[in-house]
Design a protein around this ligand. Structure first.
Ligand SMILES: NC(=O)C1=CN([C@@H]2O[C@H](COP(=O)(O)OP(=O)(O)OC[C@H]3O[C@@H](n4cnc5c(N)ncnc54)[C@H](OP(=O)(O)O)[C@@H]3O)[C@@H](O)[C@H]2O)C=CC1
Ligand SMILES: O=C(O)C(=O)Cc1ccc(O)cc1
Length: 440
């Protein structure tokens, strides 16, 4: 049951791939599979059928009117739709699934997706689902792709492995449960941190690239990633966090750690703060020496949105980075254990945090700034409130409030999003090159 060019060719001769939802990720898959020689049929919402045909008229896949037409002729059907609507959309088209076909989905949390498949589809339908752990604008090569062989028969799992081989991703085999736990530990809490930075900047009415406080490589990484998230669609982040119960606990802990550390800062309890952080550092970074740090401030210095020439690193209390290490410690998570199953943003967040904690003298400088200077108190207060705010929205499962808050922030940063994305892409490219160098 190997993945060979011969096996792939044999499957290509008989199998049709169906994609429901031609948004960013659905289109990525439809394009790549059809370019690799697979027969692909796809649809978006029926009410935009004519427009969809026009948009993709130069692509090699065929546009169908709706998910029924896709489902009835496809041997593998991928639902690439908003997580919030997965049950509704599977209910709609599931009964048209071809006898003996396989279904899967691209949603970022697998429990609700698999529940929908199991409760709606007949037993003759296999369930093999997947999740590309990166956004649509990143090269699929070498990025993790999770495959979940939930229930399958015959050579169906070999078929799906042959199909995805054209993406050249690093395939990681997990159960749905393992997937949801790991992505809560990695993605959900990473997003919570960058979303909180964005919200805190908006609430203190500042554009960080205009303020001399946020200068240097670490600050560039924070700003570029935060804006990158706000340039994406709200439902991607809302779905990922709200539909995953483990993510609620992680995001709540992040908020608790943020508040607890900020209170120690306000109370001037330097010794207590330092001891708490060193304990967490020992737990998270015990295997890291300062020789093999993933990132350093100098490398990230040039990726600035500021009009001024790049400047050296400025001291900062880095509450957002202190809090993530404190959270990992409290949740008993060693983030390096998840690296084979991590997204680019998570690796950057980990790289920047590792730099702060493992560069000699830097953590002490940061503690010193936090306790002895009040220049970041206002921002740190806003950051604590923002982290609590996202945590509450996620725990209440309130998609509408999430959307409102996210889009309000999106509007605040709107004028800078294209430039931030361009610079962010360059920055991510450099960082990912360093990651693969280190791995090899
Ligand atoms: N973007 C990312 O970085 C990643 C996203 N994911 C996940 O993948 C899934 C897709 O995400 P993404 O492509 O970014 O989101 P998009 O919003 O770009 O794509 C979803 C598409 O599905 C369409 N759709 C909605 N209802 C139907 C329907 N009944 N029939 C056919 N099409 C329908 C939507 O139309 P309309 O917009 O009109 O509702 C939209 O075009 C999500 O679950 C997301 O969480 C996973 C990995 C990365
Ligand atoms: O890298 C990230 O965390 C992203 O923001 C892109 C992303 C979003 C949702 C996913 O399910 C997977 C990747």
């Amino acid at each position: 049951m190997e993945v060979t060019p011969e096996a792939t060719k044999a499957f290509q001769a008989t199998k049709t791939i169906g994609i429901i939802g031609l948004g960013d990720m659905g289109y990525l898959y439809a394009r790549r599979f059809s370019e690799a020689g697979w027969k692909v049929v796809a649809c978006d919402r029926e009410d935009v059928f004519e427009q969809t045909k026009e948009t993709f008229k130069n692509d090699k896949f065929q546009i169908m009117k709706n998910g029924h037409f896709v489902s009835r002729i496809s041997d593998y059907i991928i639902y690439s739709v908003e997580a919030e609507n997965i049950h509704k959309i599977v209910s709609l088209y599931g009964p048209s699934t071809k006898l003996g076909a396989i279904v899967g989905g691209q949603t970022s949390c697998k429990e609700p997706e698999i529940n929908a498949f199991e409760s709606i589809l007949p037993d003759d339908v296999d369930i093999i689902t997947l999740h590309s752990l990166h956004g649509p604008k990143i090269s699929t090569t070498g990025q993790p792709l999770v495959l979940i062989n939930h229930r399958s028969t015959g050579n169906n799992f070999q078929f799906i492995q042959c199909l995805v081989s054209c993406l050249k991703s690093k395939v990681v085999f997990l159960s749905a449960k393992e997937h949801d736990k790991i992505t809560a530990d990695t993605q959900a809490v990473t997003h919570a941190a960058f979303l909180s930075m964005g919200l805190a900047w908006r609430c203190s009415d500042q554009y960080p690239w205009e303020t001399p406080k946020w200068i240097g490589g670490i600050e560039n990484a924070k700003i570029n990633i935060s804006l990158r998230i706000f340039s994406n669609k709200w439902h991607v982040y809302a779905g990922l966090a709200i539909t995953n119960p483990s993510a609620h606990d992680q995001i709540l802990q992040y908020s608790k750690s943020t508040t607890a550390l900020f209170v120690l800062i306000l109370e001037g309890k330097k010794k207590e703060l330092r001891e708490r952080l060193l304990k967490a550092k020992e737990f998270v970074f015990r295997h890291i020496s300062d020789h093999d740090l993933l990132l350093d401030d100098d490398i990230l210095q040039k990726f600035s949105l500021s009009k001024d020439p790049p400047g050296g690193r400025q001291p900062n209390s880095h509450l957002s980075l202190l809090a993530i290490v404190d959270s990992w410690y409290n949740l008993d998570i060693v983030p390096y254990d998840h690296i084979i199953c991590s997204t680019p943003l998570f690796r950057i967040f980990l790289g920047v945090t590792e730099y702060l904690f493992c560069t000699p003298g830097l953590l002490d400088e940061c503690i010193d700034v936090a306790i002895n200077q009040d220049m970041f108190r206002h921002e740190d207060l806003e950051f604590s409130i923002a982290a609590r705010n996202w945590s509450s929205i996620v725990s209440f499962g309130n998609f509408e409030l999430y959307k409102q808050e996210f889009e309000r922030n999106q509007r605040f940063f709107e004028h800078m999003l294209p430039e931030a994305n361009a610079i962010g892409n360059e920055m991510i490219k450099v960082i990912l090159e360093r990651v693969s160098e280190r791995e090899s």
